[in-house]
Design a protein around this ligand. Sequence first.
Ligand code: NAD
Ligand code: MG
Length: 436
Amino acid sequence: SSPRPVQRVAVLGATGSIGVATLDVIQNLHRCDPVHDWQVASLSGHSQIDSLVNLAADCHIAPERIVVSDPEKQAEAARALNSAKIRTDSEESPNRSGLDCGLDVGSEALVRAATEKDVDVVVAAIVGRAGLESTLAAVHAGKRVALANKETLVVAGPVVTQAVQENGAELLPVDSEHSAIFQCLAEARARKSQTPAGSDDQTDLAAQTDPTTNWPGVRRLILTASGGPFRDWTMAQMRDATVEQALAHPTWKMGAKITIDSASMMNKALEVIEAKWLFDVPADKIEVVVHPQSLIHSFVEFEDGSLIAQISPPDMRMPIQYALTYPRRLPCPSPSLDRTSPWDMTLCPADPERFPALALGFEVARVGGTAGAVVNAANETAVDLFLKRQIRFTDIPELCRRTLQDHHHESSPTLDQLLNLDVWARSHAEKLAGPK
Ligand code: NAD
Ligand code: MG
């Protein structure tokens, strides 16, 4: 039989929660995909050298290169690669020492990994604004980008979406809500793309396309939110919330930053902004509902009142795999919903009074321009300060609000302006937070 065509994947942010889940998915695809042969081109980590090297050593598909984005860690990384033990599963060949894999260092190395000629898919799983350059570089190189790094769209949505168009890149959501909406929009997307221009169908389509959502027959996108650990807490209780309490997410196991964002519901705010750019839908056509079990990952509401939802257990491997294999569906290591015992699916309205971050997210999605870069930077700063126990939990949305209010809004900023504002908003939020 002829060899299967290779899909080479660069996993940026491989040592994180999404990165590790991605490797599990790729190893499973390597075994079970009848169409493609999946290979790992590169794995990146920032400063946790041991986890990165262990990940590379334990991977059944040897990565060609590891990328250490923190330039200070070059010597440590080289030492760790030399002394790494490679696990062999056979009894005859004992574990060898020294890992035969390349090493590239520094933030430029992320861009090299994202744009490498024979890389097919870039998994953008770095947390925060730090993922922007490599994600944007992958888009410019026309790659398929499996996007977990929502902050890139929050900071530079218009720049990124325009670059996707211009370079024939594919931007596929990994965020579970956006993957759900992407799946729910399948039929609308097919109608949008299959109708030839100038045909009668085209006139039909134009008549049916709601000019306020840009999608045929679509009334609204409805994002679900778990509500996080403080779903039922009062403002007074949240004021005294500890770092440990905020890190104890009821349904998802994730990196620290997004876990804090989930507790403040800033994560949902960022996701409203992400949805606006990914699906080209205005803010007032996006809604948030609270769904504590995290089984329904989001809905699309159609003109006739029908709601289409995507349901699966809370496991990121499913949306990650779909972004890799789209439009194909293959067996996935994530479990399916257990139907042998009763299960509940509760839905209730979100409360923007107790979660002011949510209202802020809608405001940013509405005004666009420089607002996303400012709120994102203020939030990253505030989350850092909270994790260092220098501010209160309820100071997080407050610092974001005040930083947004103090900045000079521009409606069509360049990337450079956005990056400058990112720096400004970080120092401004720190100043507002007061002395340590
Ligand atoms: P994490 O903290 O577990 O991992 C972050 C990764 O980014 C690590 O590999 C780390 O080495 C790397 N990194 C950190 N700082 C860096 C820097 N300055 N330069 C380069 N690399 C750096 O985070 P996570 O939970 O895996 O989340 C990653 C992204 O995916 C975030 O944008 C998050 O919002 C998004 N996301 C995560 C989940 C989830 O279930 N974890 C779900 C949806 C979306
Ligand atoms: Mg999400």
